[in-house]
Design a protein around this ligand. Sequence first.
Ligand SMILES: Cc1cc2nc3c(=O)[nH]c(=O)nc-3n(C[C@H](O)[C@H](O)[C@H](O)COP(=O)(O)OP(=O)(O)OC[C@H]3O[C@@H](n4cnc5c(N)ncnc54)[C@H](O)[C@@H]3O)c2cc1C
Length: 382
Amino acid sequence: MTNIPHVVILGGGFGGLSTANELRNSLSSSQVKITVIDKKDWFMVGFAKLWIINGTRTFENSIGSLNELSKKEINFIKDEILEIDLQNKNVKITSQNISYDFLIISMGSVLAPQKIPGLLENGFNLYDHNKLSEIRDRIESMKSGKIAISIMGMPYKCPPAPFEASLLIDSMLRKRGIRDSVEIHFYSPAPITLPAAGPEVSKQILELVNSEKIVFHNSCKIKSVESKKLIFENGEADFDLLLAVPPHIAPKVIYNSGLAKEPGFIPISRDCKTPFENVFAIGDVTSLSVTETMAVPKAGIFAEGEGIAVAKNIISKILSREEPIQFDGKGGCFIESGRDTASIIEVDMFSNSKPSTNLTESTSDNLTKKLEFEKERLSKWL
Ligand SMILES: Cc1cc2nc3c(=O)[nH]c(=O)nc-3n(C[C@H](O)[C@H](O)[C@H](O)COP(=O)(O)OP(=O)(O)OC[C@H]3O[C@@H](n4cnc5c(N)ncnc54)[C@H](O)[C@@H]3O)c2cc1C
């Protein structure tokens, strides 16, 4: 190790930013050098994408600049990560090679619409920030017809988000007085709405969407998309506008490094360690098993919690303290109703070695908390 240990963080999203800030809040620049690398120089809380669709936000007023990190003596490099050389403790980016003493891999997941034949030509990727204004325009110009929201792979980011999208779209159509002329259909490969939240919360979410005449179709495994038609393994469905959540995979760099096998994610335990010393992986790029059939969902709140746990353990190591802690698996996800209220799915993934979940009442107070959640992260991290 060099005199001042160098922590290199790959990815400036939820996980990367929480780790960098936790480290810097505890250690000065004479104790640790921190570098964050990301190919883009902005950060956005994922749920703001849905507000761009419903027109209460623009892209520009929903982002924070990663260049702000330098004010906290956190180096930020905007560049593409090309290779992780775990043997030589080196990361190759377009402009240079960077060596590390500690490495945190928080590169998120990659949306892979190309894996579904016909999707790119015939539907929209609901999670693509470049498509949000176009999706909004299409919804606003619709007078009648069928909107299909289709989950095309599991696991995907923020399991409640597509349901929330359906409720916000329902609200947009209601406000224009055309809701009765537009059907909203929701297709999922899962047997229940939110498998990770368990049957009781799933039933409540089903009741919530049904109460707005959104039709949930379970166990619909997608095969391909044709013009105005979804082809499932067990049937077909027509649509006029398709909003898809495409399959998620890990970045290519991760498969090339050998840390994960295509199309999966980096397997970790609650200490977020990889088989390589001082190399950690957190957030959406990982798979953390809770039970034999269930993993921690891909959500910012969990990437953030894992980042804090990893940072605390690195701080202990740098200060020669032996205080290993584990990610606690606790978090909450908002679900907006489209009626100016929100509920929170409260989750404890490792309570008595199985997840415990609870859906709170939908209140305007929770919607305020959602806005504060975003504001707090943008202001404390950047
Ligand atoms: C519509 C929507 C709503 C959501 N709502 C919620 C919510 O209410 N609550 C919640 O907790 N979560 C929510 N999420 C999920 C949340 O956004 C993600 O789970 C979270 O961002 C994961 O954090 P991460 O740090 O693992 O990855 P990310 O935040 O995706 O960060 C990964 C970073 O790595 C960078 N990167 C990847 N590859 C490279 C490369 N080769 N070179 C350089 N940089 C690279 C990317 O540019 C990216 O900035 C939502 C997501 C969406 C899409």
